[in-house]
Design a protein around this ligand. Structure first.
Ligand code: PPE
Length: 305
């Protein structure tokens, strides 16, 4: 169960958690057109800081633009509201979920004057794929569900309804005894996880699905690419196949929720020697040092609460 905090920000007001309610005929609840973000804040030596707040706010507005939703606040107002919501809830470490949705009033697929609403909730949320998963790696399976096609969904946008596909893939994987799914794109190449981008390492080169594919433009993905570059790790953004993944020396997922989670097995094939490899461990370590403010580098990625 979700761990409640005190207040949820709704359209400019801080509302007590139990009173943060909407009408059952809220448009987005029926048709899935809402855009959201997932952001984390971490407790560091100088208190709580939000990781890459500006980039997440920008992506929220990009998602809204793509699906033609007009968020009735400016990016600055949204970022400020996020900081305020973390602060009033005295959340030291956890997850932040802004959601822009089409409110109550009209039904049907074409709504012209519908009110766009915005909520921001925060709560403590531990590891997404388990402490043990972060340390030792997880077991994944290639899903029978494909990732959205670029001509069916606008995959750069983080749209609520897209996550039906993610839930189907995740459920299938979990019920088959795996920790997580990996989705192929409709051409058969590796795309990403239900809520994560994916990286592999082969012969010292770090590879990830290119942006020309149908993936979400992950902020953790971009963070890892930047850290790899700074650590002189060779990087390549190119399509790779299911057997490239099976034959990888190392593999890991990235995401706000998933952070940097090593993959130790795919469909019964052990990845490398079955334990997180050196490049994965190095990048994971840099990532956690940065988000917890334990290094002077990339302080610009942290917004102190
Ligand atoms: N791909 C998908 C499909 C995705 O949903 C996420 C985030 C990512 C990649 C990684 O993006 P980023 O967080 O910017 O590095 N998934 C969010 C939702 C997870 C959930 O279960 O809810 C998240 O990690 O917050």
């Amino acid at each position: 169960m979700i761990q409640a905090t005190s207040f949820i920000w709704m359209d400019g007001q801080l509302v007590p958690w139990e009173e943060a309610k909407i009408h059952v005929l809220t448009h987005s609840l029926h048709y899935g057109l809402g855009v959201f973000e997932g952001i984390r804040c971490y407790k560091g030596d100088e208190g709580t800081a939000i990781f890459r707040l500006e980039e997440h706010t920008e992506r929220l507005f990009r998602s809204a633009k793509v699906v033609q939703m007009e968020i009735p606040f400016s990016p600055k107002e949204v970022s400020d509201a996020i900081v305020e919501t973390v602060r009033v809830n005295k959340l030291e470490e956890g997850y932040i979920r802004p959601l822009a949705y089409i409110g109550y009033g009209e039904m049907g697929l074409y709504v012209k004057d519908a009110k766009i609403q915005l909520s921001i909730a925060v709560w403590p949320w531990g590891t997404y794929l388990g402490e043990e998963g972060l340390r030792s790696g997880i077991r994944v399976t290639v899903s029978s569900f494909a990732r959205h096609h670029v001509n069916i969904s606008l995959t750069r946008a983080k749209v609520s309804g897209y996550y039906v596909n993610s839930q189907l893939a995740k459920r299938e994987a979990k019920e088959a005894g795996f920790d997580e799914a990996v989705l192929l794109d409709t051409a058969g190449f590796i795309a990403e996880g239900p809520g994560e981008n994916i990286f592999i390492v082969r012969k010292g080169v770090l590879k990830t699905t290119p942006m020309s594919s149908s993936i979400l433009e992950g902020i953790t993905r971009e963070t890892i690419l930047q850290l790899a570059e700074e650590n002189n790790i060779k990087i390549s953004e190119e399509r790779f196949t299911r057997d490239d993944l099976y034959l990888a020396d190392e593999a890991f997922f990235t995401g706000t929720a998933a952070e940097v989670t090593p993959i130790r097995e795919v469909d019964g094939r052990m990845i490398g020697s079955g334990v997180p490899g050196p490049i994965t461990k190095q990048l994971q370590k840099s990532f956690f040092n940065i988000v917890r403010g334990k290094t002077p580098s990339h302080r610009d990625w942290l917004t102190q609460v």
